[in-house]
Write a new protein. Structure first.
Length: 608
């Protein structure tokens, strides 16, 4: 996600900020900027779209000399990738950078507009800067103004703020978005990620959620938002640069699997209301009539994005009674002589937003006059720009080639679209409310599930890593995740693996069962439970080695069983899938593979 750096001390702030932003480049970003305060108390801002090198070019032409400043790499969430939307944002006396999402920014923006504030960007950050400024009246300190403003905010933030009215002071605060204060000799460096602090200091205060700090060159004082002084003890930053960038994990893949609870919070942020039992996506840009008229949804994607679409289509059918859904592989669909019925909508699913086949489909579909909605992660990507509307899944940068957290976010984003559609199509509000409740607890359930079963999946991976072949089997909503489980395994472990609907076993694949194979059964505790177990029995009767992943408490015979315990029912496949992700990861590690860069694969497939 976005990165923050801040500096106050004796050095030229520009150099420290740009150096720190380069350290944060690995996180992915689309634009960058810095703001500094010079010795005459004049602030200067430089921002640019693209790489830090672009920003450095801008600064070469107009160097900034001050000794205090803030910097940011932006991964767009609200508003496109433009220089105006890049941080730092400036509103009157406030200069600010922000990570996170302000959920209630629209209502705050309306209120501040009434007070005369004008907004140059589309960002939630500029609204927060204006809110702070509106509290920064005569006699009020910047610290007090920030604390007061943050009490009004719903959402997540890590912020760094300065004002020419209080030179030498940087205010930082966090809620759900990391901020670390590095304590140097006569200098203080703040960052959203410890990698930016290395080389300056290893002594740091890790700010907790709901805390705010006043920083100057001599250190920092930490407060609650209620302005109670806290006695925060500095800690030592451990590890080298590479370890820190991977969040302490050995690979980005594991980091991305383990951070799904956090990223899912961002996907859901402001889009579900568990009390009302409703879901709402802002992006589709469809009128009520258009929503009501939709009769057919075609979901387009490749690889993991296609499987996410397949799982979402099951949910869509459950939630929207009069809807036909069709899920298509982009590389095939683009060349078919397809006809889309009247009142169709196409969901174009892509993490990168650049996949050539998916993009080609989007263009083909548009030619036929059908509305296209993007389910995209990378803001400002080509697909995001070319669709008629849609939603960003806010999974944050996915660096490892194999897609994990994006799958979860894509399914959830499409589910929310279905939940919203349901209302216009006479769907069962109780069912929508059930799904909404499950979504509201899904991040915590994912986190709990991953922690509980991590060691088990590692042990299982060691047991099965020497096999040559694997079959993944499931029915109903466990079918798409079986396809996805097999894909994850094959792409990072290089074990030949196939996913099948378990009802298909006796139509062919059961002939494969022998001692070179193991079989993974995803079995859900639902109305098809007995039938799902049927496939398992058939494989066991032929001596197959079986692993069962299930949310059922019933007796099941298999070589290995992993049971999740969760109040979640409809979304249990998402939980089971996170176990499969861990399983594939640990097998790849055990086989000594390059987990983050599997052979022959690229993260963004921009060629056909
Ligand atoms: C599998 C994987 C790929 C992508 C596919 C589509 O782990 O990463 O199958 O899902 O290449 O990519 P996007 O979503 O960027 O269109």
């Amino acid at each position: 996600m976005c990165g923050i750096v801040g500096y106050v001390g004796k050095k030229t702030a520009q150099d420290v900020l740009v150096g720190g932003l380069r350290r944060l480049e690995y996180r992915g970003y689309d634009s960058a900027g810095i703001a500094t305060l010079d010795d005459n108390n004049e602030a200067h801002i430089a921002r640019s779209v693209g790489k830090i090198a672009e920003l450095a070019n801008v600064l070469d032409g107009a160097p900034q000399t001050g000794h205090l400043g803030i910097g940011h790499t932006r991964w767009a969430t609200h508003g496109g990738v433009t220089e105006t939307n890049a941080h730092p944002h400036h509103v009157k006396n406030i200069y600010m950078v922000h990570n996170g999402i302000i959920e209630n920014y629209k209502e705050l923006k309306a209120e501040l507009s009434d007070k005369g504030y004008e907004f140059a960007s589309d960002t939630d950050t500029e609204v927060l800067a204006a809110l702070i400024d509106s509290n920064y009246t005569d006699g009020v300190t910047l610290k007090d103004a920030v604390a007061k403003a943050l009490k009004r905010v719903r959402g997540t933030y890590g912020i760094a703020v300065f004002s020419p009215k209080e030179p030498g002071t940087l205010i930082v605060a966090r809620l759900g978005s990391p901020l670390i204060i590095g304590l140097g000799q006569g200098e203080t460096i703040i960052a959203s990620d410890a990698s930016a602090l290395l080389g300056y200091t290893r002594e740091a205060i890790y700010l907790n959620d709901g805390e705010l700090a006043v920083c100057n060159k001599d250190g920092a004082e930490v407060f609650t938002l209620g302005l109670k002084h806290l006695d925060s003890k500095p800690e030592t930053i451990e590890g080298d640069l590479a370890q820190i960038q991977k969040g302490g994990y050995d690979y980005f893949l594991l980091k991305e699997i383990m951070e799904q609870a956090t990223t899912l919070h961002n996907t859901l942020s402001g889009r579900i209301d568990p009390k009302a039992g409703k879901m709402h996506l802002g992006g589709p840009n469809l009128t009520e009539k258009e929503m009501r008229d939709i009769r057919h949804v075609v979901i387009v994607g490749c690889g993991t994005a296609y499987y996410a679409g397949l799982l979402a289509s099951y949910y869509m059918e459950q939630l929207v009674p009069d809807l036909t859904t069709e899920v298509v592989i982009a590389s095939e669909y683009r060349y078919r002589s397809f006809h889309l019925p009247k009142n169709s909508v196409a969901l174009i699913v892509s993490q990168s937003g650049e996949t050539a086949d998916t993009l080609a489909c989007l263009r083909e579909i548009k030619k036929r006059g059908v509305k296209t909605l993007g389910i995209v992660n990378v803001v400002g990507s080509t697909i995001a720009r070319e669709v008629d509307g849609g939603t960003y899944v806010h999974a944050g940068p996915e660096i490892s080639v194999a897609s994990t957290k994006a799958f979860t976010a894509q399914v959830v984003a499409m589910l929310m679209f279905a939940g919203m559609l349901s209302e216009y199509h006479g769907g069962d509000p109780k069912l929508v409310a059930e799904f909404t409740r499950e979504l509201s607890i899904l991040p915590e359930e994912i986190e709990k599930n991953l922690e509980t079963h991590r060691a088990t999946m590692e042990a299982l991976a060691k047991k099965y890593s020497k096999y040559d072949h694997a079959l993944y089997l499931g029915r109903d909503t466990a079918f798409p995740i079986s396809l996805e489980g097999a894909l994850k395994l094959k792409e990072i472990s290089y074990i030949h693996s196939e996913g099948y609907a378990s009802g298909e076993l006796k139509h062919g694949p059961i002939a494969l069962v022998d001692d070179r194979f193991f079989e993974v059964f995803n079995i859900l505790d639902n109305w098809l439970f007995d039938k799902s177990c049927g496939g398992l029995h058939e494989v066991r009767a032929r001596g197959g080695k079986t692993i069962v992943l299930t949310d059922s408490k019933a007796d099941i015979e298999a070589d290995d069983i992993v049971r999740i315990e969760s109040p979640i029912k409809h979304l249990a496949p998402i939980l089971l899938n996170t176990l499969q992700q861990l399983f594939a990861y640990y097998i790849a590690v055990d086989r000594g593979n390059d987990v983050d860069q599997p052979r022959n694969l690229a993260k963004s497939v921009t060629v056909e």
